[in-house]
Design a protein around this ligand. Structure first.
Ligand code: SAM
Length: 219
């Protein structure tokens, strides 16, 4: 697939798409599994939640989220990759309340309903700032009043303060958009779109973060 953003590290190449979950386990030295379990537990998912997963990937996260939900709960995964569609459908085949839509999240779109939560995991950092703003706007538009936007991604940190054994792989492996993302004030960015009532969970020496931001309830 042709890349719309040539420097993006989240428009993945065919090899990475095919082996994504295994590669995440390898590059995290086996710690990805416990990390993602913890982050999803921190989302405080309710049994009947409806969740829209932006850039859903293989469906590994959707399956974990489904564990917190009953048959009233529902997950819609959006992704642009045919390979991810195949893996999502295979991984989530035991969860009838999941669906995959082949859909871009970086341009305006309209689905036929709004959700309790929008989740985006390790996707937002991988775009230029104006495109991140489109994505945040799309999240806001697809949330019910009182709903939350759950952004799991890199935290805010100075790359030059990282120990060399983290800094070198980060510098060599990440896309340049990530270096810009870690220096930005995410709460300020989200406030500009009407989000508030923030809650942060930090992981991996603060290099990873779940930011939960709420859309105001209707009064
Ligand atoms: C780094 S992976 C993260 C996958 C998943 N969220 C996870 O945490 O396991 C990035 C994902 O975003 C998808 N993606 C990239 N650009 C996209 C876009 N414009 N719209 C929707 N999905 C996109 C890729 O196909 C890939 O599945």
């Amino acid at each position: 697939m042709e890349k719309l953003y040539p420097e993006s590290g989240v428009e993945l190449n065919p090899f990475v798409l095919k082996h994504y979950d295994k590669l995440m386990n390898i590059i995290s030295f086996g710690r990805y599994k416990s990390f993602i379990h913890q982050a999803i537990s921190d989302m405080k998912i309710q049994k009947e939640d409806s969740i829209l997963d932006f850039g859903c990937g293989t469906g590994r996260n959707a399956c974990l989220m489904m564990k917190y939900m009953d048959d009233q709960g529902f997950i819609t995964g959006l992704d642009i990759s045919d390979e991810m569609e195949k893996q999502f459908k295979e991984n989530c085949r035991q969860h009838p309340n999941t669906e995959f839509l082949n859909h871009r999240i970086d341009q305006p779109f309209q689905l036929d309903k709004n959700y309790d939560k929008v989740f985006i995991s390790f996707v937002l950092h991988g775009f230029p700032q104006n495109i991140r703003e489109n994505i945040i706007h799309n999240a806001f538009n697809h949330l019910k009043p009182g709903g939350s936007f759950n952004i799991l991604d890199f935290g805010e940190f100075n790359m030059h303060d990282m120990p060399f054994y983290y800094r070198i792989p980060f510098q060599k492996g990440e896309c340049p958009y990530a270096f810009d993302f870690i220096e930005r004030d995410l709460k300020e960015m989200l406030s500009g779109f009407g989000f508030g009532e923030f809650k942060e969970h930090l992981y991996f020496h603060n290099y990873g973060r779940l930011m939960v931001a709420h859309k105001a309830s209707e009064t």
